[in-house]
Design a binder for this molecule. Structure first.
Ligand code: FAD
Ligand code: THG
Length: 813
């Protein structure tokens, strides 16, 4: 046996895939424990018809699906395939859907999934049951298909067993052995099993299994209806498992699959029907199976009528084996993967569809064995949530919402509807009074623009918009952008995640986690990167040294908190505290920022006394403030931090002093265009763990000579700044009136060369700015490319960056 002792809890598709991949990586001391029988364990996997639609707005989810197809296609069981690549078609029942399918085609192209649009007749040629009069066309992915999930489980279990893994059916995990902060084994109804690594792959039972170890697994099991039809005369004589492409009818929240002489019909077009994890029956107490509830016919009726509209051949059929099946939903519809906050050695792989389970098993195995996956899993990380994200009421509200939205057209800016408002900065009432249009992020209400600024439009020209790109947008965004460049504006930066890292070991810890020297004089601020063990970018942060043993760290989200805390020494010499909620922040930015600040503070805020990228404790009126001289918008100014209870006073002082200067409040809408004109990257969009600093154009923030840090050796193995084969490039659209939104494919020489990571209109440069990773030879200024937007190719040109103030004269003044 090689490798540590691993126990996998759950023998569904996720547990089997993980065991298969662990063994494949040489860790063969793997035991899978399953409370039910094997291979059909009775969980969600046993009841799923196995449709695999790969295309997803998330690049990560698409990649996990692509890898799953690759894996399932490579498996066979007793001569039977585990995947049938019959293709997948999504039909459009409305003009809006048809338009959106063009966008979806763009997503598929961006993420490397071959796809095409079909006319109604072309759809019927592939699925003869469809009534062409009902549809505007279809989106076709030839590589989609049907996974035989239980067969795949059995095939993977056989392969893993042949190389040492063992699978124990009828063995329930009833507890965990934990000592010294690390997992040591599991308790089962058949005794204790020692282990160094335990992975919970317990599907809808996950929250219960997690609770046994004190780990919150924020998912909600929900019912979902599925039925087979009786044999259809039009399919008589077909004996194959499946011939027709799988079919999605999004406007009716339904999907269909062919099987020999019948069809399978699935519906999300019913009320949400949550099931408490505590109410799930034990395997032997279940009427049919533990992941199946009694079929509620009433809920299925409207869906069945829709089905007959689209597939008239179903009219004479009856329903067979109809079920309310149960599977996991989460607050944002994405899986829950990664190490538990504690104990060490405990991992989670939950809320995963069959569509993604193959890729998830591989990514988890890489993560567990190598220390980092090669896919960017930030959207799926168990530790991505704010504290409220673990609250059961919150999860229930959001999971119900994401259930309703499974097949909706979702705008990238569309906020959740409830619970709102959940988190509000101390400026919230003042912002409302100014007519703020709020969107939500991480629970925070964030102004995107202020109606109070409408009058600014009398003096500036902002290009009109219509349709998709005009949603959650106002021309006022453009006016606020220009006003920030010419006068001064207040930005509510309260939601910007900030941590206090303090204690005798603080400097050493921050030094070990970052790519630049942050062990500098008190009062300095350093922009730096955190890398993972593969040299990929884990985050970009600002580190302000407020005291010898105290740093304020400006972060990108809860994952940074988890990462820093996880690397902290066990001796208690470092404290990591999230201070976001107890404090507030105003970005005071624009050429008149200093004029304004001088009116409210006795301190010398001249460039000499308070240079760029410095931190000072000052007073604004009576309010004690930590001021950081930096700006994400590329203008002169400060981030002003105060304890939250002073927030109202801070705002009023700045507002009143600024009125004669023409100060405005400005929102996140303007922020995006301003930062892109300045070339500032946004982690999670412009760079992730899949990108190294050189590719992202952030090599200047890496100081390999500073001493060892996490990711240094891996980065050195990747080569230097000149060795990269792809680079993040700044593009501007040639047509001054055109805009794109992000995630669109970029074409060069007739091929897809990359995708847009971020885009926004640059009102100061009079062009839409888009960033994209391109092959290095194409990333040179002057290269002409095309960005595909809703099926139209828009010309764009690689530009020298930054577009705005390349000499930084405004910033360093
Ligand atoms: P499961 O298959 O539920 O496996 C978890 C296992 O853990 C169970 O077997 C359980 O018995 C075991 N377990 C739990 N607790 C313990 C314990 N304490 N000790 C020991 N064992 C334990 N997905 C798709 O991609 N495409 C589809 O078309 C599709 N259609 C679906 C249709 C229906 C009706 C349903 C119900 C689901 C569908 N899904 C589909 C979703 C998919 O089935 C699930 O997301 C997936 O199977 C989950 O796999 P899993 O391994 O996480 O969970
Ligand atoms: N403010 C603070 N922390 C943050 C952000 C912020 N952390 C996360 C995220 N945003 C980090 N992103 C940036 C990006 C660019 C800059 C600041 C934060 C920036 N860069 C200068 C430049 O590129 O010219 C400084 C470089 C240097 O001289 O070190 O200002 O918004 N607190």
């Amino acid at each position: 046996m090689t490798g540590p002792r691993v126990v996998v809890v759950g023998g569904g598709i996720v547990g089997c895939s993980l065991a298969y991949h662990l063994v494949g990586k040489g860790w063969d001391d793997v035991t899978v424990l399953e409370q039910g029988p094997l291979p059909a364990a009775g969980g969600s996997t046993s009841h799923a018809p196995g449709l695999v639609f790969q295309t997803n707005p998330s690049k990560t989810m698409t990649e996990l699906a692509r890898r799953s197809v690759e894996l399932y296609s490579s498996l066979s069981l007793r001569g039977m395939p585990c995947f049938y690549p019959v293709g997948g078609i999504e039909v459009a029942g409305t003009p809006e859907r048809w338009t959106d399918l063009a966008r979806k085609l763009g997503l598929a192209r961006s993420w490397g999934i071959p796809a095409e649009l079909l006319s109604p007749e072309e759809v019927v040629a592939r699925i003869p049951l469809v009534d062409p009069a009902r549809i505007h066309g279809g989106f076709h992915v030839p590589g989609d298909g049907i996974a035989k999930a239980v067969h795949a489980c059995e095939a993977m279990a056989e392969a893993a067993s042949a190389r040492g893994a063992s699978f124990r059916a009828r063995t329930s995990v009833t507890g965990f052995e934990v000592a010294g902060g690390a997992v040591r084994g599991v308790r089962t109804d058949g005794g204790v099993l020692e282990a160094d690594v335990v992975v919970i792959c317990a599907g809808i039972w996950g929250p219960r299994a997690g609770a046994l170890a004190g780990v919150s697994i924020p998912l909600l099991p929900m019912q979902h209806q599925y039925a087979w039809t009786s044999p259809l005369p039009s399919l008589e004589g077909i004996a194959e498992e499946v011939v027709h492409p799988i079919l999605r009818h999004q406007d009716a929240a339904m999907y269909f699959r062919h099987n020999a002489d019948r069809y399978g019909v699935g519906s999300y077009a019913h009320r949400s029907m949550p099931v408490s994890p505590d109410d799930l029956p034990a395997y032997d107490d279940a009427e049919v199976a533990p992941a199946i509830m009694g079929f509620t016919e009433e809920d299925f009726k409207p869906a069945w009528e829709e089905a007959i509209e689209l597939l008239p051949a179903l009219a004479d059929a009856t329903l067979q084996e109809p079920i309310n099946g149960i599977f996991s939903f989460t607050a944002d519809g994405l899986p829950l993967l990664g190490p538990a906050p504690e104990p060490a050695g405990l991992w989670i792989a939950e809320a995963v569809w069959i569509t993604h389970a193959g890729g998830v098993g591989r990514a988890m195995a890489d993560w567990i064995v190598d220390g980092a996956p090669d896919v960017d899993l930030r959207e799926c990380d168990l530790n991505r949530f704010e504290a409220h994200g673990h609250n059961p009421d919150y999860v229930a509200a959001r999971a119900s919402q994401s259930f309703q939205e499974v097949y909706d057209i979702i705008h990238p800016l569309q906020p959740m509807e409830e619970p709102r408002p959940l988190r509000a900065s101390p400026f919230y009432d003042r912002e409302r009074a100014l007519g703020a249009f709020f969107l939500e992020a991480s629970g925070w209400e964030r102004p995107h623009w202020f109606e109070s600024n409408r009058g600014l439009l009398d003096d500036v020209a902002v290009p009109e918009r219509s349709g998709w790109e005009a949603r959650y947008w106002s021309p006022i965004v453009g006016a606020e952008h220009l006003h920030t460049r010419t006068v001064v504006a207040l930005y509510d930066m309260t939601p910007l995640k900030r941590l206090e890292v303090s204690g005798p070991g603080a400097a050493e810890l921050m030094q070990r986690l970052t790519t630049s020297n942050v062990d500098r004089a008190v009062g300095t601020v350093t922009y730096t990167l955190m890398l993972d063990d593969r040299g990929g970018i884990r985050s970009d942060i600002t580190v302000a040294r407020l005291d010898d043993q105290r740093f304020q760290v400006g972060c990108n989200g809860p994952l940074d908190h988890d990462w820093i805390a996880r690397h902290g020494p066990a001796d208690g010499s470092v404290h990591v505290r999230d201070i976001t909620g107890g404090t507030c922040c105003i970005g005071l930015w624009g050429p008149r920022a200093r004029d304004l600040l001088e009116r409210v503070t006795p301190e010398d805020v001249s460039n000499r006394a308070f240079p760029y990228f410095r931190a000072r404790a000052i007073h604004v009126g009576e309010v004690p403030v930590v001021a950081l001289r930096l700006s994400y918008v590329g203008e002169l100014g400060w981030e002003l931090y105060a304890s939250a209870e002073y927030g109202g006073r801070l705002w009023d002082l700045l507002w009143r002093a600024g009125e004669p200067l023409g100060v405005i409040a400005a929102g996140r809408g303007a922020f995006e265009g301003l930062r892109l004109e300045k070339g500032y990257r946004s982690w999670g969009k412009d760079m992730t763990t899949e990108d190294n600093p050189y590719e992202a154009g952030l090599g200047w923030a890496v100081k390999p000579d500073k001493g060892d840090f996490v990711g240094r050796d891996a980065l050195a193995r990747l080569g230097g700044p000149d060795d990269v084969t792809r680079r993040l490039a700044c593009l501007t659209l040639d047509d001054a009136g055109a805009v794109v939104m992000g995630k669109e494919p970029v074409h060069a020489d007739g091929e897809v060369a990359g995708w847009v990571t971020s885009a926004a209109y640059g009102h100061s440069v009079g062009r839409c700015v888009a960033y994209a990773y391109l092959p290095a030879p194409l990333a040179r200024p002057g290269t002409g490319v095309e960005i595909e937007y809703f099926g139209r190719n828009l010309r764009a040109t690689v530009a020298r960056e930054p577009l705005w103030d390349p000499d930084m004269t405004r910033l360093r003044a």
